[in-house]
Ligand binder design. Structure first.
Ligand SMILES: *[C@@H]1O[C@H](CO)[C@@H](O)[C@H](O)[C@H]1NC(C)=O
Ligand SMILES: *[C@@H]1O[C@H](CO)[C@@H](O)[C@H](O)[C@H]1NC(C)=O
Ligand SMILES: *[C@@H]1O[C@H](CO)[C@@H](O)[C@H](O)[C@H]1NC(C)=O
Ligand SMILES: *[C@@H]1O[C@H](CO)[C@@H](O)[C@H](O)[C@H]1NC(C)=O
Ligand SMILES: *[C@@H]1O[C@H](CO)[C@@H](O)[C@H](O)[C@H]1NC(C)=O
Ligand SMILES: *[C@@H]1O[C@H](CO)[C@@H](O)[C@H](O)[C@H]1NC(C)=O
Ligand SMILES: *[C@@H]1O[C@H](CO)[C@@H](O)[C@H](O)[C@H]1NC(C)=O
Ligand SMILES: *[C@@H]1O[C@H](CO)[C@@H](O)[C@H](O)[C@H]1NC(C)=O
Ligand SMILES: *[C@@H]1O[C@H](CO)[C@@H](O)[C@H](O)[C@H]1NC(C)=O
Ligand SMILES: *[C@@H]1O[C@H](CO)[C@@H](O)[C@H](O)[C@H]1NC(C)=O
Ligand SMILES: *[C@@H]1O[C@H](CO)[C@@H](O)[C@H](O)[C@H]1NC(C)=O
Ligand SMILES: *[C@@H]1O[C@H](CO)[C@@H](O)[C@H](O)[C@H]1NC(C)=O
Length: 840
């Protein structure tokens, strides 16, 4: 065949210095009116000064090519225009020149052979040279496979894509969220897929719709509903997102509001608080697994437990930590079967002609996450909606729910930018504003690129993906969810990029934007993945999920976990548009994960969630985090849990043990606004953490049911001015520590804590000088408001007393600790600057 002859002529060597910084940014923030990001418990002056410092730190960690962009977005997200009239110098951070050592540049890659792809000028019969490019990435890939047959397997082949949009969803044969439109396997090792120079290469999970619109109806409010027929090649089952002019449009919903830019953080949240009562769950017991031995001595969460089948059958696989008969520190997983609303809360309910197309998005009643349910039936006389499938998008469950909205019901199409797809008649309905937009893309697939080795010994390896824009995929919130371990999470085990059984994969300088699923899913064995210098924005679910597996309690003999992952210098924001129990980074059943120097803001729950104590040895450092926990509660910007013990060799190579390796959280800058309670929320059972050199605004240290955590050289700024309303925070809060199970080996030394209005630095539940069981306290610097006397509150001779430092010292506590008067906020910021900005 002709093009085979050309191959060998075409082989050449190219040294590439890749300049493809895709981040020709196009994902500006667009706010419809967020409620204030500020802390109303402190004067605006102070709050603005602290916000300005967070932005200064964002600038400090920013890659030099993105500095202006990171600052601009941070200023906007932080509503810095509120600070115009405060004394902080506008743009105070602009004069600072120091910057952080950012992610290592990817080494120069030598392409043994390069194949060009050009969507407009290419032809799949061409030979793939610059002049005669392939038309599709798939054809280029099959060409590399042909080449590979004649080459040493370690030769690096490059697929270089010219600018344009590649609609990978068109006529896609796979709709699996584990198999990409571009599906790489072991045989595709030593491959580069990249953009050409600075050209914008968009990989779309949708198909471009060329539609003939006509007017369907005018609404009473003066809107116009347009309609168009959807051609037969479009897969309607995967058409669950409509992207118009590169932005996610709104599935017809009530209350109105754009889920991308409105949520519980907005003045107009687009959620209803009109639920009246919830139909109680049906209880369906699971089979309980309880491992008696081995068990973790000296902890609250001693034994490995799991519920299988029964109520856990809504998950795939059908198991859930929370489906045991009585999970430690919690209740059994159930969800309500339906709900009724107050009169008038759903004004159109009696007009719904086909309610079963609809979904209910509802918060958990404690705002720990959200669920989505299909609507099974409606009784509008009773204002009652009964649920079908759903409720598995977080693992805790409950008997009732919280704020909600209803979507995908034709009669709710009454606002600009809303759409509805009538699958029976293949009719798309859409209400434009005064101008009818041009580009309509129907989502068709959730996964764009998969990299799948066969097992950990036959991994797909040495693959570099760079400079691409991933966009416009199908949503996955009604697909399979699973419970990865004993945290609160259930998750969809798939994403826009899906990696399993891989080694040395690098994903860099890409933009993941306007997506229906997670960004990158690292599932099971993935060694030495680097995810650096990417932007993730406008995601329905999480940005990066790491999910390993074990054989029950045994994670020692099963090498099936992400390990040695580097997540560095990424910009991650506007995540969790539909799924509220989601995060920029989720770490579950993984080893030695490093999350370094990322900027993360605007999300419903934590920025980084460590779902379990599997192995440990994680490093979370130099991240700048704000505007987290915007829609949920009882949580923080960094969250950890450890409720389910696993066997690994974390303590000593080759030796199975239920104890993990220490993990490290240092040099992060965290602003604890919205509903954040603890800047580093070491929740149920968390142990073996060393937290140091973090600058933590508006929250203190927490121990809850855990042990063996050390804090040192932390700066806690105004923890007692926390505005979450959940708890009165202070420098340190040790809750319900019990000898022999929790609170042991807790250390709090060499920290600085500036209190805003309180003079009580610690809340140590059960503190009693006759039987002291408190963290090791030493050499701290505590600042109390001027005119107040510090008070260490503890029982003495049976009554609660406020002790002076000297009295407290007399029990051997806080030796070397000093008490001073709280300084000006600018001094506190200077302490942070000195601690965090070391590099020139
Ligand atoms: C603050 O100043 C900016 C321009 O410097 C302006 O756009 C904004 O409206 C001002 N905001 C307030 C609240 O004054
Ligand atoms: C920044 O530097 C310029 C020039 O040195 C100076 O005029 C300006 O006042 C400085 N701005 C701040 C906020 O310090
Ligand atoms: C998709 O399939 C339809 C119907 O088979 C066909 O008309 C169309 O050309 C295909 N599109 C592409 C890009 O292959
Ligand atoms: C472990 O158990 C033993 C006895 O069973 C007890 O003496 C010891 O204190 C326990 N260890 C911890 C850390 O609680
Ligand atoms: C709806 O609820 C009303 C009031 O409880 C009841 O009378 C009616 O039978 C219900 N309708 C259906 C179809 O179940
Ligand atoms: C109308 O909607 C389009 C997107 O559908 C948007 O780009 C445009 O800004 C909107 N115009 C107004 C005036 O809201
Ligand atoms: C990792 O993969 C890259 C290609 O992306 C290659 O250049 C590099 O040599 C590989 N590293 C190792 C240790 O194999
Ligand atoms: C811990 O992680 C680091 C990378 O951050 C790695 O170099 C080291 O080998 C790991 N140690 C263990 C015991 O896993
Ligand atoms: C916080 O402290 C105030 C004053 O001591 C008290 O009235 C309030 O109940 C406390 N709130 C919580 C959530 O503990
Ligand atoms: C406090 O930190 C200093 C160094 O910053 C160190 O010399 C000292 O030993 C530390 N104190 C304690 C109690 O660890
Ligand atoms: C507690 O009681 C002891 C002896 O019973 C007494 O010496 C001591 O002064 C008392 N301490 C306080 C703070 O009242
Ligand atoms: C804080 O107070 C101690 C005495 O308690 C004093 O030695 C130290 O200099 C003071 N530090 C500051 C920063 O004022």
């Amino acid at each position: 065949m002709h093009h085979y002859i050309v191959i060998f002529i075409g082989i050449f060597f190219v040294n590439v210095t890749h300049s493809g910084h895709t981040t020709k940014h196009f994902s500006k923030l667009y706010h419809p009116g967020y409620s204030t990001v500020g802390n109303l418990n402190v004067p605006l002056e102070y709050d603005c000064a602290l916000r300005a410092f967070i932005i200064e730190m964002a600038r400090y960690i920013a890659p030099s090519s993105s500095q202006a962009y990171w600052i601009e977005l941070s200023q906007s997200a932080f509503q810095m225009n509120q600070c115009n009239n405060t004394s902080i110098a506008k743009n105070a951070w602009k004069n600072r020149t120091k910057s952080f050592k950012i992610a290592p540049e990817i080494k120069q890659i030598t392409c043994y052979h390069r194949i060009f792809v050009h969507g407009f000028e290419g032809n799949d019969m061409f030979d793939g040279t610059f002049e005669r490019p392939k038309k599709t990435i798939q054809a280029a890939l099959s060409f590399t496979r042909t080449l590979r047959a004649t080459l040493d397997s370690d030769k690096i082949l490059c697929i270089t894509i010219r600018g344009g949009t590649y609609y990978l969803g068109t006529n896609a044969t796979t709709t699996s969220s584990q198999i990409g439109a571009i599906a790489l396997t072991v045989n595709d090792s030593n491959l580069v897929i990249e953009n050409y120079q600075d050209e914008r290469v968009i990989l779309s999970g949708g198909t471009l719709l060329q539609l003939k619109w006509s007017i369907h109806a005018k609404t009473a409010a003066g809107g116009t509903i347009m309609k168009a027929h959807i051609p037969s090649f479009v897969n309607l089952n995967q058409f669950n997102e409509l992207y118009i002019d590169d932005r996610r449009a709104i599935v017809a919903k009530y209350p109105n509001g754009d889920p991308s830019t409105q949520g519980l953080y907005a003045k107009d949240p687009g959620f209803s608080y009109g639920a009246k009562s919830w139909v109680s769950p049906s209880v369906n017991p699971s089979v309980n697994i309880h491992v008696d031995k081995p068990y973790r001595n000296g902890t609250v969460f001693t034994n490995y437990q799991l519920g299988i089948g029964g109520g856990a059958s809504v998950f795939n696989p059908p198991r859930n930590f929370w489906s045991t008969a009585s999970p430690t520190a919690g209740r059994n997983y159930v969800v309500p079967r339906g709900f009724t609303v107050k009169n008038g809360a759903l004004p159109q309910i009696s007009n719904w002609s086909k309610p079963t197309t609809g979904f209910v998005h509802a918060f958990h009643p404690g705002y720990w996450g959200s669920w989505v349910f299909e609507i099974a039936s409606v009784n509008s006389t009773k204002n009652e909606i009964m649920f079908g499938r759903g409720g598995f998008q977080e693992a805790r469950g409950s008997h009732s729910g919280g704020a909600f909205y209803v979507s995908n019901i034709f009669e709710e199409l009454d606002a600009q930018n809303e759409w509805f797809l009538d699958k029976d008649t293949r009719t798309l309905y859409f209400m434009p504003n005064e101008t009818m937009p041009q580009v309509f893309v129907a989502s068709q697939i959730p996964c764009l690129i998969s990299i799948s080795g066969s097992d950990n010994k036959n991994s797909a390896s040495n693959i570099l993906i760079q400079g691409l824009i991933f966009s416009q995929t199908s949503n996955t919130y009604m697909k399979d969810y699973m419970v990865p371990s004993g945290g609160d999470w259930a998750l969809h085990r798939g994403g826009t990029m899906y990696l399993t059984n891989t080694k040395n994969i690098t994903i860099t300088r890409n933009v993941f934007t306007q997506l229906g699923s997670n960004g990158i899913a690292l599932i099971d064995y993935n060694d030495a993945t680097s995810i650096v210098l990417n932007e993730f924005v406008w995601l329905a679910d999480s940005a990066i999920i790491l999910v390993g597996s074990t054989n029950g309690i045994d994670g020692f003999s099963v090498i099936s976990q992400p390990a040695n992952t580097l997540i560095q210098s990424n910009l991650i924001h506007e995540t969790g548009i539909y799924i509220k129990q989601s995060s920029p980074v989720l770490i579950s059943v993984s080893r030695s994960i490093s999350v370094i120097g990322n900027l993360m803001f605007n999300m419903p729950r934590a920025a980084i969630n460590v779902n379990d104590g599997f192995y440990g040895n994680h490093t979370l450092s130099w991240n700048v985090i704000f505007n987290t926990v915007r829609e949920t509660s009882d949580h923080g910007p960094i969250n950890s849990w450890d409720r389910q013990p696993f066997l690994t060799d974390a303590v000593q190579a080759g030796l199975p043990s239920l104890w993990q390796h220490k993990s490290y959280i240092h040099h992060n800058t965290i602003f604890n606004n919205y509903r954040c309670v603890w800047p580093i929320d070491h929740d149920d059972g968390s142990c073996f953490y060393e937290d140091s050199y973090n600058f933590l605004v508006y929250g203190g240290k927490k121990n809850y049911l855990g042990h063996s955590k050390t804090d040192h050289h932390e700066i806690y700024v105004f923890p007692d001015a926390n505005q979450s309303g959940f708890i009165n925070s202070t420098c340190l809060r040790d809750t319900a520590a019990q000898r022999g199970s929790s609170g042991w080996n807790e250390v709090w030394i060499n920290n600085t804590c500036a209190l805003f209005k309180s003079s009580v630095p610690y809340h140590i539940k059960g503190c009693d000088t006759s039987d002291l069981f408190v963290p090791l306290l030493m050499s701290n610097q505590i600042y109390v408001p001027s005119g107040t006397q510090v008070a260490f509150v503890c029982k003495v001779n049976g009554t609660t007393k406020r002790l002076t430092l000297k009295q407290w010292n007399s029990y051997g506590l806080d030796l070397g600790t000093t008490i001073n008067t709280t300084s000006d906020v600018q001094d506190i910021i200077e302490w942070g600057r000195e601690m965090l900005q070391q590099a020139e």
